[in-house]
Design a protein around this ligand. Structure first.
Ligand SMILES: *[C@@H]1O[C@H](CO)[C@@H](O)[C@H](O)[C@H]1NC(C)=O
Ligand SMILES: *[C@@H]1O[C@H](CO)[C@@H](O)[C@H](O)[C@H]1NC(C)=O
Ligand SMILES: *[C@@H]1O[C@H](CO)[C@@H](O)[C@H](O)[C@H]1NC(C)=O
Ligand SMILES: *[C@@H]1O[C@H](CO)[C@@H](O)[C@H](O)[C@H]1NC(C)=O
Ligand SMILES: *[C@@H]1O[C@H](CO)[C@@H](O)[C@H](O)[C@H]1NC(C)=O
Ligand SMILES: *[C@@H]1O[C@H](CO)[C@@H](O)[C@H](O)[C@H]1NC(C)=O
Ligand SMILES: *[C@@H]1O[C@H](CO)[C@@H](O)[C@H](O)[C@H]1NC(C)=O
Length: 338
């Protein structure tokens, strides 16, 4: 099922008519999944392996970025209890938290179930020749009963995570030791604009330089607000970038370049520090290479620090040319020089 392909994108296949871009990146497919699969988010383990969450079914997988080992299911939740898995983030060494989501209707209103945060402790996880020989320790941290639809997650510190409610447009601070939580930021720029076709606000979350950054899906924007070490917002929020439909999860490179997954545009954008223009660096709205790109995270090994690993949904919500969908993928680009 998995294959490594070195798809050197040619300008003709990557360049959408209206977007100017200056960089031509090597794009490498790590793993592809069956039609109907939807990969939503990912985190990188210290040992370089990727933990990937699935939204079409509640699962977290381990994907080997070298493609030497087939993806394995780390944990599968009961699909009658949870619709899917979303934001995933590490606190202390090899301890991750992941969102398991309730069921929603087509207006994105929760109809049954509850949104929960689970802990996945990978410290004892072991795999040999592609077979799990010791399972991860998976435990429920807490149910977030006041939430409608949790989506993005980022780590605040060793014992706190921030979790966004994309429908209500606010962010929880969740203590990972005792599960206590409260809405720590409830900002107007986290809400979907009144009358938006899809009422989805705060999506990807990342902390960079003492600011919390977030994308707002319906507003097609990237925003930020200064926060203190304990996550308390300071002053007013501001808009960093507008007019980027499909802005989903994103990642900061150490020098401040933000790489933003533009899900419905099937492209990866780069916002260079100090710039107010997003440049397309991979993908195109007529190519399935990054169809439904949902998130990106940088490698953590000396050998892959410049690699941005990406998940895709395969475009089920937004087929290329109105009809072309593919299975979800994990792939990477080498961002050396960006
Ligand atoms: C999954 O959840 C449903 C609903 O709560 C329950 O009826 C069923 O027994 C569960 N399945 C497993 C395998 O635990
Ligand atoms: C979704 O559920 C909410 C709350 O029950 C309801 O108001 C809304 O009409 C539902 N949307 C659809 C499309 O059924
Ligand atoms: C590894 O797994 C493959 C496929 O399951 C099997 O054919 C092979 O014998 C295994 N190798 C070892 C060393 O166990
Ligand atoms: C891991 O957990 C699964 C699901 O509960 C179980 O089927 C499997 O036997 C476990 N593997 C090991 C090595 O304990
Ligand atoms: C924050 O926004 C409010 C309302 O727009 C405005 O009155 C206030 O001056 C702003 N504060 C700062 C520090 O910019
Ligand atoms: C989408 O349509 C364009 C224009 O006809 C074509 O060049 C492109 O190959 C199509 N993409 C896919 C994935 O079929
Ligand atoms: C980020 O680092 C790369 C080198 O890895 C450099 O080419 C690029 O210009 C840097 N970006 C900024 C905004 O400094």
């Amino acid at each position: 099922m998995e294959q490594v392909m070195n798809l050197q994108c040619s300008p003709a296949s990557i360049l959408p008519a209206t977007v100017v871009f200056i960089h031509l990146l090597t794009f490498t497919l790590v793993s592809s999944f069956q039609l109907g699969s939807w990969l939503e988010n990912l985190a990188v383990r210290e040992n370089g392996q990727l933990l990937v969450s699935r939204l079409d079914t509640p699962e977290v997988l381990q994907v080997d970025p070298t493609s030497n080992v087939e993806p394995v299911t780390v944990f599968a939740w009961n699909s009658s209890e949870y619709r899917g898995a979303l934001g995933i983030s590490e606190t202390t060494s090899d301890v991750f938290y992941v969102i398991l989501s309730a069921f929603i209707n087509s207006s994105f209103v929760k109809t049954s179930g509850v949104n929960s945060i689970f802990e996945i402790d990978m410290n004892n996880f072991a795999i040999s020749n592609g077979t799990i020989t010791q399972n991860a320790t998976v435990t429920k941290l807490v149910d977030i009963t006041s939430s409608d639809s949790l989506n993005g997650m980022t780590t605040l510190d060793d014992s706190n995570i921030l979790v966004g409610d994309i429908y209500n447009g606010w962010v929880y601070k969740v203590n990972t030791v005792d599960g206590t939580h409260n809405i720590v930021i409830d900002d107007p720029k986290m809400k979907a604009p009144a009358g938006a076709l899809t009422p989805l606000g705060v999506n990807g979350l990342n902390i960079h330089d003492s600011n919390l950054y977030w994308t707002n899906s319906a507003a097609a924007s990237l925003n930020r607000i200064q926060i203190t070490d304990d996550g308390t917002p300071v002053g007013n929020s501001s808009v960093v970038l507008t007019n980027e439909p499909g802005a989903d999860d994103f990642a900061f490179k150490s020098n401040g370049t933000a790489f933003i997954a533009l899900n419905s545009q099937d492209q990866l954008g780069a916002l260079f520090a100090g710039s107010s223009t997003l440049e397309t660096v991979a993908g195109s709205s007529i190519s399935t290479a990054l169809e439904g790109v949902s998130a990106g995270r940088f490698g953590r090994l000396a050998s892959d620090l410049n690699r941005l690993y990406m998940t895709t949904s395969g475009g089920a919500k937004n087929p290329i040319n109105g009809s072309v969908i593919v299975g979800a993928t994990v792939s990477y680009i080498d961002t050396t020089g960006l």
